[in-house]
Structure formats: structure tokens, C-alpha cells
Design a protein around this ligand. Sequence first.
Ligand SMILES: [Zn+2]
Length: 314
Amino acid sequence: MSPPRTERSATLGYSVNLLDRRAEYRDDTGYMAELAASPHARCVVLQGDVPLLRQRGGTAEALFDRTDLAELGTVREKAFLGLDEHGPIYAALLEAPAPENDQGHDDVVAMDLRSLAVQGVLPPHILGVFAQAKSLMHWHQRHRFCSNCGQPTTVGSAGWKRECPACGAQHFPRTDPVVIMLAVRGDRCVLGRQARFVKGVYSCLAGFLEPGETLEDAVRRELFEEAGVATGRVRYLASQPWPFPASLMIGCIAEAAADELTVDFKELEDARWFTRDEVRQMLAGRHPDGIGCPPPIAIAHGILKAWAEDGEGF
Ligand SMILES: [Zn+2]
């Protein structure tokens, strides 16, 4: 089902996923066997955390059929992602090849998912499928043993559950919520930068939601911890699957109550106020001091645009 085009989330990288997940059929083993036998079955392939693509006539293809997959190597994990208009699509995680057996395939390239998004190598709906596949396969790789009793687990529900035959525990894929937010006051907003950012780039502050916390409380806590800015009202703007490894970025805007900032320099290299005009210049890539912001695939870009250009705020 396509999201409405006006939905802000749908404009971000990794956010468009048009697959019909058929979640209610995952335990129907007859139906799943029928899909798996389909001549139209295809898969996206990961080696470790890295997508594999086939170069064909100058374009990169993300979907491999059964014959292609067999040539690539041994599949360690496989999961049913959903149906597109042609048939079922799976995620396949390959065993890492032993160095002496790694013959390589001239037309197959490995490229990390962040570069694929930033460079626009794949269409948005395929990036969304890769985000789903990468987060799910990352979970499988790290849940081969039961977290309750330590025994090996087995896969169920077409790749959406792991079960422990020893103690009966069931384990389900997890998503880690992260709040990412813009504190605003009148015509100004707070942005910060971490030392690892590209030189000159400032972005929204962000942090993991903690157990027992509302979104609003997490937004206020993180803003106060990292920048010492006290905030009141909080509004949700948009969300974005962020497959590094399995987060959901939840974009918010918060109303600052004062101008004072107390930057936590253990977390941030700098944080300061920016005017709306400055943010517009950053979005357009023409700030006079060369200050920039994250690229359009990132939710931080979407939040800044929502406030500086689309009038979102309080
Ligand atoms: Zn167990």
C-alpha cells in the first residue's frame, strides 16, 4: 500500500517500502512453501551487513533470482519480506566465504547501505526493502542462541521469530526507538555537531529512548542533557527506519523555554542557536560560513525543512 505523498516520513531515505508483508500468513507453512517455490521469487542479498548488487549494462540490480543466489554462495539465514507486483521477495544472508574459496563474481559488487542511499544508486522503494532486510538479518545474526538459557534457537514464522527448543522461549525482531529533535524558540533553533561529523555540518540532537519513557520525556531529557536547553511542548513530525543497525528515528520539534545553553562537550563538539534564515541557507548549501546540514535522505534534513520552510512549529 502506498503512503500518501503528503506524508513527511515518505520523503526520507529508507522510508518507502511498498511490499505487502502478509504478516498474517507467516505461520501458514503451506502458503509460504507455495510462495518459496514460485518461479517469480527473488531476494535481496546481504554479506554480513553489506548489500550485494549485480551490475548489468551500467545499472545496479538489487534483486537476485534463485539461480543467481545459488551462484553467490551458501545462505545462512533467509526471511520472507513480502510481495511486490511480480511475486515474493526474500532477504538472504550469505555465509562469509572462506578466503581461499572466495572466487568473486565480476558483475557482483558490495556497497554499504548508507552510500547506496546518499549516492542515489537505487530507487527509494528498493532502499526501503534493504532497510527491512538489513535490520532483520542483523537481528538473526545476533540471536542464534537463546537469551534466556543459552541454547541454539531455530527460525519460525517465515523468518520473523526465533524459538528455543530447550526452554520454549520465543524471540522476536526488535526495533530501537531514537528521538531526534529540533528545539526552537521564536525565529531560532538549536543545532549541534559531534566530532565525527563532516567538517562544518550541524544537525538535530538525538538519543535513544529509555525504558519507561514517553517520546516527549525522551526529547526533553536529551535536549537538556546534551545542550542544557529546557523545553516544554513537544510535537511529532515524522519517522524514518534507520538500519544502522535497527533503529526507528522519531522526529520531533520542541519548544524551548529559555535562551541559555550548557553544552555537554563529552557528547558534542559544539551546539548553538541558528536563525531560520541561516537554516534555509544551510538547506540550500549556501551558508556564508560554509556551515552545512545532513543530506535530504536524513530525517534531520526533513525536520529542518519542516521548520524553516514549511512553517512547522508552535
Ligand atoms: Zn532457551
